[in-house]
Design a protein around this ligand. Structure first.
Ligand code: NAI
Length: 513
């Protein structure tokens, strides 16, 4: 069934999400009825929307005619019975299974047999909501993101009984409304709320072991192209909300330790440190994150001046970029870097010292494995622009290398951020875990790879999708990094997705002569 733009729609729940859904439906041309259990709430929501549209007209973003036409298409209704005649119902009421089931049973009695019933639930099983309906096949998830008029993503969530034609209809409807719909299977967190868990969890794990300050973690992830770091983002979302989502995904996965919430966040919630809304989270608000300690301005020049022989090890885009930047840094010295593309590692050998792109092991482990003391590991640069980059020096390195490692990272165009010597540092560890979670989602048929990429870019504004990162990295390297984490922490959190293991094996096979 298709849904032309004159298909009558009813939106139930005129709160933050319902009002936004009514707006986009009306803007697309649908006659929309809007209902809320609280008397007067639907009319109030329409009044607020009128003011928002007037603002857009004043800014020249909308014509007065189209604003008036959009508003005229929305009819607040006080009684649910007035929804009769609607062909599509979209529910955005309180996040409560019993309330949603009761509403859909009422709607089923009211609307024609071929009406589509959609739920905007963010965490409840679509299969569970459909249980008890006469026609469970016509219930589907249509999960919008906040604010609805601005966020492009819609997860079209199919439960066990959802008919494919119903999911296909709301998928097309989402497209017609200017959204990017992505098919998802009804599993805890659907796509975005599931794959995003490690973005917060890895930062919280690093904080738990005092590996870095929140502002250092935020700087590193912003340096990798994320709009906000995990700590400032949790402060913005609210720790109570973020913790509740983490707990719900954890519980819904039968307490799989992979999704376990963090003591760090539990303690903050218990203490009322909820983030911006309470004036205090990781940071005091509105001041926000404190500045990072200033980097030593002369460090780059001193490190370069002390070097006698520099070799860039490894091959690929990162090694090439390092070689180019090292050549520029050494221009004043009258010699350039040598290349050793076939080394088993990527980075710089500066005389007897090693500056190594993290592949998982800590600097101390790398030093022990290779019989060199002056070792520093640095994080995976994901962004072309010079940016904050985590590094850690082997605690057993000499004093000179402790200073020169940071100097060399500066000379290579990065803003070095010192963190504790932990496996996978900050960005590599976080991104490997995002890739791992996305791989499991694909393995379990929650979504396909393209869907995961679109969902993460549009639902939470990631600078790239997990499978786009993987394409620039390699499955074998991601697996190695996860194994280094697993070797250090044990437990379930860092277990490698079978999908990634298979991909790594397939890559090896394809490369074999
Ligand atoms: P809200 O609290 O702003 O609005 C809910 C509205 O539903 C209220 O106006 C309430 O009076 C009304 N309501 C409650 N029970 C009702 C019933 N039985 N019949 C009719 N109206 C009823 O909540 P919000 O944030 O708009 O969330 C609504 C739904 O959307 C929830 O399922 C939530 O999980 C989901 N969601 C929320 C997102 C968000 O960022 N706020 C994002 C994506 C989904």
């Amino acid at each position: 069934m298709s849904a032309p733009n004159n298909t009558p729609i009813v939106v139930i729940g005129a709160g933050i999400m319902g009002a936004g859904i009514a707006q986009v439906a009306a803007q697309a041309g649908h006659p929309v009825k809007l209902h809320d259990a609280r008397p007067g709430a639907a009319a109030e929501a329409k009044g607020k929307l009128g003011a928002t549209l007037d603002g857009l007209v004043a800014k020249g973003k909308l014509t007065a005619e189209s604003a008036a036409a959009t508003l005229a298409r929305i009819t607040p209704i006080e009684q649910l019975a007035q929804a009769d005649g609607a062909r599509i119902a979209i529910e955005a009421i309180v996040e409560d299974l019993a309330a949603k089931r009761a509403l859909f049973r009422d709607l089923e009695a009211l609307l024609g047999d071929d009406a589509i019933l959609a739920t905007n639930t963010s965490s409840i099983s679509v299969t569970a909501i459909a249980n008890g309906l006469k026609h469970p096949g016509r219930l589907v998830g249509m999960h919008f993101f906040n604010p609805v008029p601005l966020m492009k993503l819609v997860e079209v969530v199919s439960g066990l009984r959802t008919e494919p034609a119903v999911a296909a209809t709301v998928f097309e409807l989402g497209k017609a409304w200017g959204k990017v719909p992505v098919h998802a299977k009804s599993t805890p967190g659907f796509i975005v709320n599931r794959i995003a868990r490690p973005f917060y969890a890895e930062a919280l794990a690093l904080l738990l072991e005092q590996a870095a300050a929140p502002e250092a973690l935020d700087a590193c992830l912003r340096g990798a192209g994320f709009r906000m770091g995990p700590c400032e983002l949790m402060d913005l979302i609210g720790h109570d909300t973020n913790f509740a989502v983490t707990k719900s995904v954890y519980e819904a996965n039968f307490f799989d330790k992979r999704f376990a919430p963090s003591l760090v966040q539990a303690e903050m919630v218990a203490g009322g440190l909820l983030g911006r809304k309470s004036g205090r989270g990781f940071y005091a608000h509105p001041a926000g994150a404190p500045a990072l300690p200033a980097t030593d301005a002369g460090g780059a020049a001193r490190a370069v001046a002390a070097a006698r022989e520099v070799t860039v090890h490894g091959s690929g885009a990162i090694a090439d970029a390092l070689a180019e930047r090292a050549a520029a840094a050494l221009a004043t010295q009258g010699f350039g870097p040598a290349r050793r593309p076939s080394s088993g590692w990527t980075g710089l050998a500066v005389d007897g010292a090693r500056l190594v792109l993290t592949s998982g092991p800590t600097a101390a482990e790398w030093a022990a494995d290779n019989g060199v003391d002056d070792v520093a590991v640095f994080d995976r640069p994901l962004h072309a622009e010079p940016a904050a980059l985590a590094y850690a020096v082997n605690p057993g390195a000499g004093a000179a290398w402790h200073a020169h490692a940071a100097g060399w990272l500066q000379a290579l165009g990065f803003a070095p951020v010192s963190v504790a010597d932990t496996p996978g540092l900050v960005v590599a560890r976080t991104v490997a875990m995002l890739v791992n979670e996305a791989a499991d989602a694909v393995l379990q048929g929650v979504c396909d790879a393209a869907g995961a990429d679109a969902a993460m870019k549009l639902g939470v504004n990631y600078p790239a999708g997990p499978f786009e990162w993987l394409a620039r990295w390699s499955a074998a390297e991601v697996v190695a990094l996860l194994q280094a984490l697993d070797g250090c922490y044990r437990g379930e959190r860092y277990r490698t997705s079978p999908w990634l293991q298979r991909r790594a094996r397939a890559d090896r096979h394809n490369r074999a002569p």
